[in-house]
Write a protein that binds this ligand. Structure first.
Ligand code: SD4
Length: 329
């Protein structure tokens, strides 16, 4: 997990700056611009694994493809990485030893699909897309989601827990007496938001959830308005971190509504984190990070604690940035 924290500081963008009449923004806000040209295509996604995900998304966006295809293909790269400990079947299991996956996707028309508590499927985001496109529903969970996947051509994966993951799980059980943990480090969902050359927005989010969760627990990631929200009139946002905390404030829906009311993506992310701090007294014990994108191609990123980073691809360049954060001590 440490390698995902091994982010690159982009010193060129690290200094704070002020733009026309807006309050001073955080140091990591690299790309709110003083000119009004819409910046597209553009894609941003959480954590270091966002970089290869953005590369895959960029192939589609730069060829004039649809943001929806980009955000699906992008996060699939991370789902398919067997060494990733927080996304896909390589992820840490729940406390009973089951790897259960949550994912969702949302397009420019407000269509959305989601799966939760899904086992044995390599690409939950694609099942979520199929729920969106082939059913009258938004969300399928557990065995029902699994049967739907099989009925629609997905295969049961034979991927098993690696020895490394099994060892970490066994160690956790001993050290934590089988109690679910709130931790700053047992997560790292991929959330991705993108705007294509048409100016249309889409987003995706996929995770194995917080490590060592109770069996059956579902976090924010597959819940529309929590782990992900897209409104093509306004912008899009995605979340990472402790899902329970994000759910309590309807995090990404809140951010999109704040942008609708005139906040920049950066201001909206900061206000959502401040809302958590105000309402959840133990906020210093866990991590939440938000990313946001508006129709102008401005981006925002903010987290409770340090070490949240994200990848941003725009103008043909895909780079990692460290997010600004609330708790500085
Ligand atoms: C969840 N938000 O299940 C996810 C955890 C995560 O980065 O990995 N976030 O609560």
């Amino acid at each position: 997990m440490t390698s995902r924290r091994d982010f690159i500081k982009k010193s060129a963008f690290a200094s704070a700056f002020v733009i026309g009449g807006l309050p001073k923004l955080g140091k990591s806000e690299p790309l709110t611009r003083s000119n009004d040209a819409v910046r597209k295509p553009i894609v941003l996604s959480t954590w270091t694994h966002g970089k290869p995900a953005n590369d895959a998304a960029w192939k589609i966006l730069s060829a004039g493809g649809r943001a929806l295809d980009a955000v699906e293909q992008g996060v699939m790269v991370v789902e398919a990485d067997p060494t990733n400990l927080s996304v896909g079947l390589g992820g840490y299991p729940d406390r009973d030893g089951h790897v259960t996956l949550d994912a969702c996707i949302m397009d420019e028309k407000g269509n959305c699909g989601s799966v939760a508590f899904l086992e044995h499927i390599l690409h939950p985001v694609s099942v979520a897309r199929m729920v969106m496109e082939k059913t009258p529903h938004v969300m399928l969970v557990g065995e029902g989601a699994y049967q739907f996947a099989l009925a629609n051509g997905f295969k049961k994966s034979s991927q098993e827990m690696t020895a490394e993951v099994k060892e970490a799980w066994q160690k956790w059980q001993t050290a934590n007496n089988y109690q679910p943990t709130i931790d700053k480090n047992n997560h790292d969902t991929i959330g991705m938001v993108a705007m294509d050359t048409n100016g249309d927005l889409s987003g995706s989010c996929t995770t194995s959830g917080v490590a060592w969760k109770m069996h059956g627990r579902v976090g924010d990631s597959p819940i529309i308005g929590d782990g992900l929200y897209v409104d093509n009139e306004v912008g899009a946002a995605c979340a990472t971190g402790l899902g329970e905390s994000v759910i309590k404030i309807c995090g990404t829906h809140l951010i999109v509504e704040l942008m609708r009311n005139g906040k920049t993506p950066q201001q909206a992310c900061e206000e959502a984190i401040q809302r958590i701090a105000k309402k959840q007294s133990n906020y210093k014990t866990f991590q939440v990070g938000f990313l946001a994108l508006n129709k102008n191609g401005d981006v925002g990123a903010y987290s409770i604690g340090k070490d949240f980073n994200y990848a941003l691809a725009v103008n043909g360049e895909n780079k990692l940035y460290d997010s600004d954060y609330l708790v500085k001590e």
